[in-house]
Design a protein around this ligand. Structure first.
Ligand code: ATP
Ligand code: MG
Length: 401
């Protein structure tokens, strides 16, 4: 089997960002280097016009581990394991391509097309000539099981001749999206459920740096419920990078709402205070948006009228990436990114403890605002206490098998 020691990274949209392009490329290079830090091997990550290379130094490397890490870096469209020949000599390149094919595919049968690209126009041959030469040499040696198909080949065998010869034949899909942080920062309301980690992941995919806030209600919600949210943040961080998790003690505010406000409006009023506190924390942390895992109609507090009432307390834009997703579509993403199994652990959530039997599904904002006034004599103090006592947990990417 051929042992790769380098990768060519192709990116999509960041290629079209005009004069800010270097910012995107530098973020991508930094994030790739960071993702490989914990992987066995000494990797050099560098950019060339339009692409990024990852090259291992001497010593053994964890190829599968590196590939897996690269697949989770936002902004990476395609990953091509690549063989780099440190020579500009054409005959040497020919010989190496043929050997490479033999080692990579010792028994397989497939159709192929050779794609040669030369950046050095002073070479004695043109790109089509080089492609034809190499195709001929491959057929000479492996013609019993490989054949050429220029229209619809099973594999493209690419050789780029620049300062060195770069040879590759596999393209592996990456995450796509944009490098984290290039789009700004947002605060995600992260519960222990299925939807909000998916929402955070989707924002991160668009280049958003995500921080998170979790509202808990001890002793009604347990340490284990909180640990579950920390774990979810760490699982999400495998894609989104480190997440700062703000843990807000919401008990006293919830008890006050329970005591003073109509029970059918409990969830809405509670959610309004969550959004308000989240916005406060977001503004202090230089976030320019909030993120939730809300989806229209999923529960009473997520009808469009309910969303109108919760949205009304915020001045920051609220991003709801899964707003029009069916539950199963959200579940599919959570399974793919590895948060699902943790999300379904049966720990209590503060929203489900103080829940009304018959919550309003069409709350009127004016009525909610009026009923909320019943909290006037206590809320300022409780609000301040909740914000002042916030605990901050730095959630680093979890290592999973
Ligand atoms: P999820 O799976 O994300 O928990 P859900 O279907 O349980 O969603 P709700 O409980 O109504 O929905 O919550 C809607 C959104 O409100 C969540 O996606 C999350 O963004 C936010 N949220 C709810 N509860 C909390 C909490 N305890 N802490 C932080 N955010 C919360
Ligand atoms: Mg929930």
């Amino acid at each position: 089997m051929f042992e790769y020691r380098a990768f060519l990274i192709k990116y999509a949209e960041i290629g079209v960002k005009g004069k800010n392009r270097y910012l995107f490329e530098d973020a991508l290079v930094g994030q790739i280097a960071n993702a490989l830090k914990k992987i066995e091997g000494d990797y050099k990550v560098y950019k060339q016009p339009g692409r990024v290379f990852v090259e291992a130094g001497k010593g053994s490397i964890d190829y599968e581990g590196a590939l897996d890490a690269l697949k989770r870096v936002m902004g990476v469209l395609h990953i091509c394991p690549i063989y780099i020949v440190d020579s500009t000599d054409l005959d040497k390149a020919y010989e190496e391509v043929v050997n490479y094919i033999g080692e990579c595919y010792p028994t397989e049968s497939f159709t192929f097309k050779v794609m040669a690209k030369r950046s050095n126009k002073k070479m004695p041959k043109t790109s089509p000539e080089i492609s034809a030469d190499i195709g001929g040499l491959i057929l000479e040696k492996y013609g019993d099981r490989l054949s050429v198909d220029v229209k619809n080949p099973d594999k493209f065998i690419t050789i780029e001749l620049r300062d060195k010869a770069y040879i590759y034949s596999e393209t592996i899909k990456g995450e796509g999206g944009l490098p984290i942080g290039t789009a700004g920062k947002a605060m995600c309301l992260l519960s222990g459920g299925i939807d909000s980690p998916v929402a955070a992941y989707m924002m991160a995919r668009r280049g958003v740096k995500v921080e998170a806030v979790y509202f808990h209600a001890p002793p009604y919600t347990s340490e284990r419920a909180k640990q579950k949210v920390v774990d979810l943040a760490r699982l999400t961080a495998r894609y989104a990078g480190n997440i700062k998790l703000y843990v807000v003690n919401f008990t006293d505010i919830q008890l006050a709402i329970y005591e003073k406000c109509p029970h059918d409006e409990l969830t809405i009023i509670m959610r309004r205070y969550m959004m308000k506190i989240a916005e406060d924390l977001a503004l202090k942390d230089e976030c320019v948006g909030l993120v939730t895992g809300e989806s229209i109609g999923q529960v009473a507090s997520q009808t469009m009228q309910s969303l109108l009432s919760t949205n009304a307390v915020c001045s920051l834009p609220v991003y709801r990436p899964v707003i029009c997703f069916d539950k199963q579509d959200i579940i599919n993403i959570s399974q793919r990114i590895g948060t699902f199994e943790t999300s379904i652990l049966p720990f209590e959530d503060c929203c489900t403890i103080f829940v009304a039997e018959h919550p309003v599904t069409k709350p009127l904002l004016a009525k909610i605002e009026k009923d909320e006034k019943k909290l006037d004599d206590v809320i300022d103090e409780l609000y301040k206490k909740a914000v002042d006592s916030v605990e901050i947990i730095n959630c680093e990417p979890m290592e999973v098998e």
